[in-house]
Design a protein around this ligand. Structure first.
Ligand code: AMP
Length: 213
């Protein structure tokens, strides 16, 4: 199971990637999580990525492609992976294809989560993310049982630095310009599927599962 989740920021990729990873017993790989962790640890990668992540801009292709190339060669990816937030540019998608070709592998499914643009700002601005497991909640639509505490692991929920209105708007522009063209790229490649991303988390999950069988 090698699957890419596409969709704008706030479409629910992170939540669905976690659920798919569990169902198919493969790792969920989020470049955003890897970069945030590196920033927290103040590693060289973190230092290079910090200003872009905080401004809602993309980290350079070479850096993120390098991360993914290494990550998908790890033994836990032998049966596949769920990619969340990668690729985000055509160059990244081409480099991913080349890497998989060299490994005699290919992507099985690309699922685009379709959400109305006007919902995205609301979804992102009320979002709480768990510091420990990365699970996401929303003060209105998916409130945790206890305010500020993750239902899954008891970790602290925080508002991501880039989940503020100004940066969210920037991320949406970057998505439209850099990432949305990937839909056409994968449509031409013949493996794009689209799932409606609105409704309860479980409903969206069921739609994705129905698409990929
Ligand atoms: P995410 O958690 O997927 O919303 O990503 C948060 C931020 O990390 C993005 O706004 C970018 O700054 C950076 N980032 C994550 N994935 C990528 C990627 N594939 N290419 C470039 N930058 C990325």
């Amino acid at each position: 199971m090698k699957l890419i989740l596409l969709g704008p920021p706030g479409s629910g990729k992170g939540t669905q990637a976690r659920m798919l990873a569990e169902k198919y017993s493969v790792p969920g790989i989020s470049t955003g999580d890897i970069l945030r962790q590196a920033i927290e640890e103040n590693s060289d990668l973190g230092k290079r990525a910090q200003s872009c992540v905080e401004a809602g801009e993309l980290v350079d292709d070479e850096t993120v492609v390098g991360l993914i190339k290494e990550r998908i060669k790890e033994p836990d990816c032998a049966n596949g992976f769920i990619l969340d937030g990668f690729p985000r540019t055509i160059v990244q998608a081409e480099k991913l294809n080349a890497t998989l070709d060299a490994m005699a592998q290919k992507i099985d499914f690309v699922v685009d989560l379709a959400v109305d643009e006007e919902d995205l700002l609301v979804r992102l601005s009320g979002r709480g993310t768990c510091r420990d497991c990365g699970a996401m909640f929303h003060e209105k639509t998916r409130a945790p049982k206890k305010t500020g505490v993750c239902d899954n692991c008891g970790g602290e929920l925080y508002q991501r630095q880039d989940d503020n209105e100004e940066t969210i708007l920037k991320r949406l522009v970057v998505y439209r310009e850099e990432t949305a063209p990937l839909k056409e790229f994968y449509r031409k490649q013949g493996n794009l599927q689209t799932a409606r991303g609105f409704g309860a988390v479980e409903e969206v999950f069921a739609r994705i599962c129905a698409l990929i069988g």
